[in-house]
Design a protein around this ligand. Structure first.
Ligand SMILES: Cc1cc2nc3c(=O)[nH]c(=O)nc-3n(C[C@H](O)[C@H](O)[C@H](O)COP(=O)(O)O)c2cc1C
Length: 154
């Protein structure tokens, strides 16, 4: 399956990772070290995610959502995760892909690789109401500019 070819635009970088706790409740947390590994795999570096890792060691089920806050579109990727421990040759090979994160890459304890079995697009219901991408980008760009700490009036 080429789940990621041509549609895994994760340029936003920030993915929201869902795992399952042992009581069946959800665990959701953001990861900013997302890398598309190949057509079927997305990975991130575990730096400070004890709950996610604990859950995955018991149950590899995982979903990652990416949303572009300007276009109001994204993708959701579901599958099974594999933990690649620091010290393994595979870790060392994959770790080179995190070089763009500079010093943060040295803090990666293990790598989590999701094998994607289901990939679905996400769109805001605003599109159902006739909004265009250009309109949404303009609206949300203005919003994010306005909420910056140095914005006028703040
Ligand atoms: C913008 C942002 C990016 C983050 N990126 C990562 C990351 O790539 N890896 C990581 O382990 N933690 C990352 N974190 C920190 C975890 O999300 C945070 O420590 C969280 O509480 C971990 O929860 P968990 O143990 O339930 O996964 C990030 C947090 C934020 C706000």
């Amino acid at each position: 399956m080429s789940a990621l070819r041509g549609k895994a635009d994760i340029a936003q970088k920030l993915g929201f990772v869902a795992t399952v706790c042992d009581d069946g409740s959800p665990n959701l947390s953001p990861k900013g070290t997302m890398v598309v590994l190949d057509d079927d795999h997305i990975m991130f570096g575990e730096i400070r995610s004890p709950n996610t890792i604990r859950n995955l060691r018991a149950n590899p089920a995982m979903e990652i959502n990416f949303v572009d806050p300007f276009s109001r579109t994204g993708y959701r990727f579901k599958g099974e995760a594999r933990i690649i421990e620091r010290g393994l040759d595979e870790f060392e090979a994959l770790h080179t892909r995190f070089e763009p994160w500079g010093a943060l890459a040295a803090e990666i304890n293990c790598i989590v690789a999701l094998r994607v079995v289901r990939a679905l697009p996400l769109t805001s219901p605003a599109y159902d109401m006739g909004k265009t991408e250009a309109e949404l980008r303009e609206t949300w760009m203005a919003h994010f500019v306005a909420i910056q700490p140095n914005a006028c009036g703040r």
